[in-house]
Design a protein around this ligand. Structure first.
Ligand code: SAM
Length: 279
């Protein structure tokens, strides 16, 4: 039985973590729904339906973001990175970071961090037999708690370069002060030669004003987000050196071929991305 039938017919699906309210939409499950996953509730699907009425290509936005994540992990692996800290990792889906990394290097280490209990529970179930990857529940705003977490300490060697992934998460950190300070705490803890990959929704994208207002009304109530402009996103890299082509719309970051999704109208992906290296 498909998940959407299951939560209508049987009430609470058995994969739902205790205490998670079914009626409250969450960013992780909305994103899962946009990507065609099954780990979402009626409340999430209602938000997605309304979002798609206003922004019909929003599913493409999610896919474009996943494409950047995949290319970013590939790039980091090519640079010799063999340990990853993926914050705001989401509900597992096709092309998870540990799958990409361990296909190239079976000993690659990955720590997933998410604030959402459903995302963490699914990640933990998926990784139960994986000796080199795990998931913890934590809030990106408390970066020092992530760095001090015993599972992070025992899995990652922060004295060596790490691939830090902040992909489609910083826009949930609404307050500039806490967003920039969390990024700085993480950057400061990384060894030289570490890389930081960021994807962030941008208001440089060509939103129709009405679209923007509708999105605020619909998505904002479910899970508020904060768009930042190119300079605001670049600031998250601090003293890291941006690798080519800098902070650009996601489809144009080292595309794999001329037919890449939205390469013909990259700003429609609404996401600016970049990768920086700690000198
Ligand atoms: N990084 C994945 C990707 O790009 O495919 C998933 C991105 S999904 C759009 C955003 C994720 O960030 C969600 O799973 C959400 O639960 C998580 N998130 C939002 N706010 C967070 C916070 N303060 N701390 C940690 N995770 C957070």
């Amino acid at each position: 039985m498909r998940m959407e039938e299951q939560d209508n017919v049987a009430g609470r699906p058995d994969w739902v973590t205790d205490g998670v309210p079914l009626e409250k939409p969450s960013a992780a499950r909305i994103y899962d729904c946009l990507l065609g996953g099954y780990h979402n509730f009626e409340s999430d699907r209602t938000v997605v339906e309304r979002l798609l009425e206003h922004v019909p290509d929003l599913r493409l936005t999610a896919q474009v973001n996943r494409g950047f994540l995949r290319r970013a992990v590939g790039f980091l692996l090519d640079q010799g990175i063999d340990q990853f800290l993926d914050i705001g990792s989401g509900i597992p889906t096709e092309g998870n970071v540990h799958e990409l990394a361990q296909a190239v290097n079976p000993a690659a280490r990955v720590v997933y961090v998410d604030i959402d209990p459903t995302a963490v529970a699914h990640s933990q179930a998926l990784l139960a037999d994986n000796p080199h990857a795990l998931a913890i529940q934590a809030d990106a705003r408390h970066a020092d708690q992530i760095l001090d977490h015993p599972d992070v300490k025992r899995t990652l060697d922060l004295d060596r370069p790490v691939g830090l992934l902040l992909v489609a998460v910083l826009h949930y950190l609404l307050e500039d002060e806490e967003a920039y300070s969390a990024a700085k705490t993480l950057r400061d803890a990384m060894a030289p030669g570490s890389y930081l990959a960021i994807a962030h929704t941008a208001f440089e994208a060509q939103f129709e004003i009405q679209d923007r207002e509708n999105l605020r009304q619909t998505f904002g109530r479910a899970q508020p987000t904060r768009n930042r402009d190119r300079a605001g996103i670049q600031r998250f890299f601090g003293g890291f050196t941006l690798v080519e082509p800098g902070v650009v719309f996601a489809p144009t970051w080292r595309p794999e071929g001329p037919n890449d999704l939205l390469l013909d109208r990259p700003e429609a992906g609404r996401t600016l991305v970049g990768i920086g290296r700690k000198p």
